[in-house]
Design a protein around this ligand. Structure first.
Ligand code: ZN
Length: 477
């Protein structure tokens, strides 16, 4: 029997963990709160990295690396920052068998240590802008953890830039949010809402935080990437100054932005179904799996020779896996690769070889409807076309799901019902008190104030006061 996951429709949370473990994306580790990313999950992460890294470089950024350890005094320099991060810091007090003169923090994020360096590197306006990204791990001591979504140690990238003017920093923060949204929608096939975070949800030390928010398959929200305009807060704390064109000393204006292995959790939760994972073709470690079917040695030789011709033609154009294991039946393999979310399956048996064709089975369309045959001739073109169709269909399905589950309630009573099972798009007066009360009473938080507003005025969904903007309210991961 092939491995089965708990159906998503039955128990979403169990399904999520089942998929991760049975598809061998990740596993629990002997260290509480940490996870082991297994090769299949890491291959998915590598494709995420490549999709992002390409976009970072196309927008003028370069990669560098800063230390894992941050002197404790650095973290304390920016008041809001230390307050925000203190509860979740891991602190090293001993090294080489001796007590350290100054404890070292295992980085929760790197604004402080990077500023210590930028303060040395920046002298004049000619040194700006600095556009650096780093790929690394960070540690935030979490009490309640969940594979990929919240773990004590996780992988991410953090961009840190320094600019001459506030306008340039604002432009950069918005540009990188666009980069994230382009990646999420085009590569991960996840529709996102771009917007501003409320002050309560703002990054500790930022002037303004922006985020992309996505709806998961259980109608809860997941913040999938953030970009912050840090103003000159860190520059003031670290003395990161430059001489402008008039030889006057000024503070730099900065941004930071991050996207983490949470994105893997988002991909699982947005696209998966009762059978398991469904991976978007652009990020799938294997875009195509080929399953040969034979009954005797003669057929086997014939089928495998045909497959060799096909994979030869595919070359590097398609990420393809041939599952020619003898110890499993074709039916077992079909189920197994379906559970692992491979977007497209090619079946080839002796009859297909004789007819010069193959059977294609789409992962995103269940049963017979997802099956078709295609001539061997020109197969690569047909496969690429179909992968594009799957990619587009996954995005369209996710968008429809989000739209079907987003409402604009007319009053607070209706609002309470809506946020139990979806997103509410409602006027908010901007008061932190309304926001906090709504959170207490409904567990829904302001995910973001979308950039996309209709320009009309209305009344705050909670207090009824005048409001100029609508916010997205939802229960979130
Ligand atoms: Zn209000």
């Amino acid at each position: 029997m092939a491995q089965k996951v708990t159906p998503r429709s039955k128990d979403y949370s169990r399904w999520y963990t089942d998929v991760i473990q049975k598809a061998e994306l990740a596993d629990y580790s002997p260290v509480k709160g940490c996870m082991v990313i297994r090769p299949y999950g890491y291959a998915l992460w590598e494709n995420i990295q490549q999709g992002l890294d390409r976009r970072f470089k196309a927008t003028g950024h370069v990669n560098a690396y800063f230390p894992l350890f941050i002197p404790e005094s650095f973290i304390k320099k920016e008041a809001e920052h230390v307050e925000g991060f203190s509860p979740e810091l891991a602190v090293v007090t001993h090294g080489g068998g001796k007590r350290l003169d100054e404890p070292l923090i295992v980085r929760p994020t790197s604004e402080t240590i990077i500023n210590a360096m930028y303060a040395k590197w920046v002298r004049s306006w000619r040194d700006l802008p600095i556009l650096i990204n780093q790929w690394c791990n960070v540690v935030r001591w979490e009490m309640r953890t969940r594979l990929f979504l919240r773990t004590t140690e996780f992988l991410w990238q953090e961009g840190h830039t320094a600019h001459a003017t506030p306008e340039e920093a604002e432009e950069e923060a918005r540009r990188m949010l666009d980069v994230y949204s382009d990646f999420a929608e085009n590569d991960a096939a996840i529709p996102v809402i771009k917007g501003r975070k409320s002050d309560a949800e703002r990054f500790a030390g930022a002037v303004r935080s922006y985020a992309i928010e996505a709806m998961m398959g259980d109608k809860r929200a997941l913040q999938s990437g953030t970009s912050h305009n840090l103003g000159d807060n860190f520059a003031r704390a670290f003395g990161t100054q430059y001489l402008d064109r008039n030889n006057e000393l000024r503070y730099v204006h900065q941004t930071s932005w991050g996207l983490s292995t949470r994105m893997v959790g988002a991909i699982i939760m947005v696209h998966g179904d009762d059978q398991g994972l469904i991976l978007p073709p652009k990020l799938a470690p294997y875009q195509v799996v080929i399953v040969p079917i034979w009954h005797d040695e003669g057929e086997k030789a014939q089928v495998l020779a045909t497959i060799e011709t096909i994979t030869g033609e595919f070359g590097e154009a398609v990420r393809c896996k041939v599952d020619d294991r003898e110890e499993y039946s074709p039916g077992w393999k079909f189920n197994d690769w379906e559970m692992r979310g491979v977007p497209l399956r090619i079946e080839i048996g002796p009859k297909d070889v004789a007819k010069g064709q193959v059977v294609l089975a789409r992962r995103d369309v269940a049963g017979r409807e997802g099956k078709s045959s295609a001539p061997m001739e020109g197969l690569l073109g047909r496969v690429q076309e179909m992968l594009d169709e799957i990619q587009a269909n996954l995005f369209a399905q996710a968008l429809k799901f989000r739209e079907d589950n987003t409402s604009e309630p007319t009053d607070y009573e209706e609002f309470k019902v809506v946020v139990e099972n979806g997103f509410a798009r409602s006027y908010w007066c901007g008061s932190a008190e309304c926001e906090a009360t709504i959170k207490d009473e409904t567990k829904a938080t302001i995910r973001c104030v979308p950039f996309d507003q209709d320009g009309e005025e209305g009344n705050c969904i909670y207090c009824g006061h005048e409001a100029t903007e609508k916010a997205i309210f939802a229960r979130a991961y």
